[in-house]
Design a protein around this ligand. Structure first.
Ligand SMILES: Nc1ncnc2c1ncn2[C@@H]1O[C@H](COP(=O)(O)OP(=O)(O)OP(=O)(O)O)[C@@H](O)[C@H]1O
Ligand SMILES: [Zn+2]
Length: 638
């Protein structure tokens, strides 16, 4: 559901060793190749393409007076004939000396061939040749490898200077962002406020002998504003902001990451007071413990980071902030006092937080009088800052699309859905039968929820497909923000999730693939109830799983023996079956309401929670003449 619109720091200039430097090598290479080619061609033509002849044939030629010149090279004779070839080039042949050299000399003198000599100059040529044939492949290899390395190592050339940092930190002299721009996250701001004060007047602290913190680790799920907070610290302290992502350090070659760390600190020290921000620090700071997979390069990089953190003098006003959403994988050495000894939790915003984040982002958007940001915040439990920022923007775009001057509550609600489930997919035409199934499925969810007292009120039911895969869905909005769930509520949730499939089975006596996501969610909840929340009678309070990454998808890992794991599976199955039976029971007993509402939904495609409740109450014979219902009735009649 997260739509990341992160403004990740982009390396400012990462090709200072770019194509310009490659050109001389290229030119040299081409020259060498051309020379080689020419030399080859020349010797080829000089040899005139001739071959070897027998010594006796040579003797014949000699006696016939056809030989002009003979070069004696060891046992080989290179014979130039008087006969001409194309373009005035004399024909040449070879032969192997098969008599005593003095005899040959006599023979030559007799034939009047004075131009014979034992070859010497060619020795130089030969050495040159073998040298070239040795050097060219090496140069070629060097060039190819260099290119390959560059490609693998997009920020720096292996050959072009291993030690130099190519991943330039993204530097901002003034971020211009202050704590006011970060909504909610009050605890985080408070603890960072102290840090700002350190940067402002380090002397105040050192005078008493207090040690200044070297770094703070911002921990929290993606999109909660960690980068924003780090920038705000720099903005509040009016110091430059150096940022780099952990993954920028990690390279193919051992030692590159470490030298980047060194360069970054060198650069930062020159600019102190300033802030270094390392996003995704887990990319380098992963535990050196082999449990997470050892890696020499990363270890060296991490060691360098640790050394740099130990090495600098805090009184200069250098502060390192780092962000991660997987603190559990970090090397303990990073978290030791004197390093990232402060841990600032930047968690998902609560209702109050969401309201203020919406306000911050709505500040620059024209809103009409229908807008109720609190209502939007209620409907977006679990959303993080970047989601909310995205929703406000999406709503503004919708308003413009519909030709309006200001954003209305309807735009905002639609935007919430766009961010959570994607845009309406108008071109996906469902067959009549499919629409019917989807309609019953969704009403099944809604009705089961409405029939149980521990579930959240229904806000909207729709069978308009969405781009993110949903063919229809039911939107619930809680009456208030919840931080705890009772066992009853979780059980009601399970029944609610399985209500869709139950409706399909009851009405069509068949089941479809449409319940895949429901089944996944229900299984996750059932498993957590048994292994983490101590809500099963079978295992009681025994903790059976460890949470793995609280700030990402909250995955957990079983922590028990194999046989227990099998038993857990049985228990999960039992719980799901019980919930499914309950859903089927509820729907069978309310078949009339199911049919009526499903029919209504097929016609209208989208119905509001109020419309839904109205039909429901009518059928159940519940008289509820509240003002709200009366208003809705009037609305429907229109
Ligand atoms: N508390 C907040 N107040 C205002 N805006 C916020 C807040 N949290 C997030 N945002 C918005 O979301 C955007 C993304 O946030 P940011 O990049 O800081 O998240 P992050 O926690 O660093 O995420 P990641 O872990 O993915 O890098 C911000 O630019 C801002 O527009
Ligand atoms: Zn469903």
């Amino acid at each position: 559901m997260k739509m990341d619109q992160n403004q990740n720091p982009s390396p400012q200039n990462n090709n200072e060793n770019g194509p310009k430097n490659k050109q001389p090598i290229l030119m040299l290479l081409i020259c060498i190749m051309v020379v080689m080619f020419l030399v080859n061609l020349l010797t080829m033509t000089m040899q005139g393409g001739s071959g070897e002849i027998k010594y006796s044939e040579f003797v014949d030629l000699l006696e016939q007076g056809k030989v002009q010149e003979v070069q004696i090279k060891g046992e080989t004779l290179r014979v130039t004939l008087k006969e001409q070839q194309r373009m005035g080039v004399k024909k040449e042949v070879y032969t192997v000396l098969s008599e005593d050299k003095t005899d040959l000399v006599k023979r030559l003198e007799r034939a009047g061939v004075n131009d014979y000599y034992t070859e010497k100059p060619n020795v130089v040529m030969e050495i040159l040749f073998s040298l070239i044939s040795l050097i060219v492949p090496i140069v070629l290899m060097f060039f190819l490898l260099n290119m390959l390395f560059r490609r693998m190592n997009k920020n720096g050339g292996m050959m072009g200077g291993v030690g130099k940092s190519k991943a330039k930190a993204y530097v901002q002299k003034e971020t211009g962002i202050t704590f006011k721009d970060v909504a909610g996250q009050d605890e985080a701001k408070e603890s960072l406020q102290e840090v700002v004060d350190f940067l402002h007047n380090p002397g105040k602290y050192t005078a008493i002998g207090a040690k200044l913190p070297k770094g703070a680790l911002l921990v929290g799920p993606p999109g909660t504003g960690k980068t924003l907070l780090a920038k705000a610290v720099a903005g509040e302290a009016h110091v430059p902001f150096f940022s780099l992502s952990g993954s920028d350090f990690v390279e193919m070659f051992v030692g590159v990451g470490a030298s980047r760390v060194r360069d970054l600190f060198e650069e930062a020290k020159k600019n102190a007071p300033c802030i270094i921000f390392i996003d995704e620090v887990d990319a380098i700071g992963k535990s050196r413990d082999s449990r997470f997979g050892g890696n020499d390069e990363r270890e060296q990089t991490l060691n360098q980071l640790l050394a740099e953190m130990d090495g600098f003098d805090t009184s200069k006003g250098l502060l390192i902030l780092a962000a991660t959403n997987r603190p559990e994988v970090l090397d303990p050495a990073l978290l030791r006092p004197g390093r990232f000894d402060r841990r600032v939790i930047v968690d998902r915003p609560d209702l109050k937080g969401r309201i203020s984040i919406l306000k911050v982002h709505a500040k620059n958007v024209s809103l009409d009088e229908t807008v109720d940001l609190e209502g939007i915040a209620l409907a977006t439990s679990g959303a993080v800052g970047s989601d909310l920022a995205n929703m406000v923007n999406e709503a503004a775009i919708l308003a413009v699309k519909n030709g309006r001057q200001a954003v209305s509550q309807k735009d905002l609600l639609e935007a919430v859905e766009v961010v959570l489930v994607g845009k309406e997919k108008k071109d996906r035409i469902l067959s009549k039968e499919e629409r019917k199934i989807v309609s019953y499925h969704e009403v099944g969810h809604a009705l089961v929820s409405a029939l149980q007292k521990d579930s959240e009120p229904v806000q909207k039911i729709t069978i308009v497909p969405r781009t993110m895969g949903a063919l229809g869905y039911v939107m619930h909005v809680p009456e208030e923000e919840k931080f705890l769930n009772t066992r009853k509520e979780l059980e009601a949730m399970l029944v609610g999730y399985l209500g869709g499939r139950a409706a399909e089975e009851i009405v069509f006596d068949t089941v479809t693939t449409g319940a895949a996501n429901d089944i996944e969610q229900a299984t996750k909840i059932a498993r957590a109830m048994i292994t983490q929340y101590g809500m099963s009678d079978r295992f009681g309070l025994m903790g059976l799983a460890e949470s793995q990454n609280q700030y990402l998808d909250g995955r957990s890992m079983l922590n028990c023996g194999d046989s227990t794991a099998t038993e857990i599976d049985h228990e999960v199955m039992k719980l799901l079956k019980k919930s499914y039976d309950e859903a089927k029971r509820l729907l069978s007993e309310n078949r009339e309401a199911l049919d009526k509402i499903a029919e209504f939904l097929i016609q209208k495609e989208t119905i509001t929670g109020k419309e839904f409740m109205k039909i429901f109450h009518e059928i159940k014979g519940i008289k509820e003449p509240t003002e709200e219902v009366a208003a809705v009735e009037a609305e429907i009649k229109e």
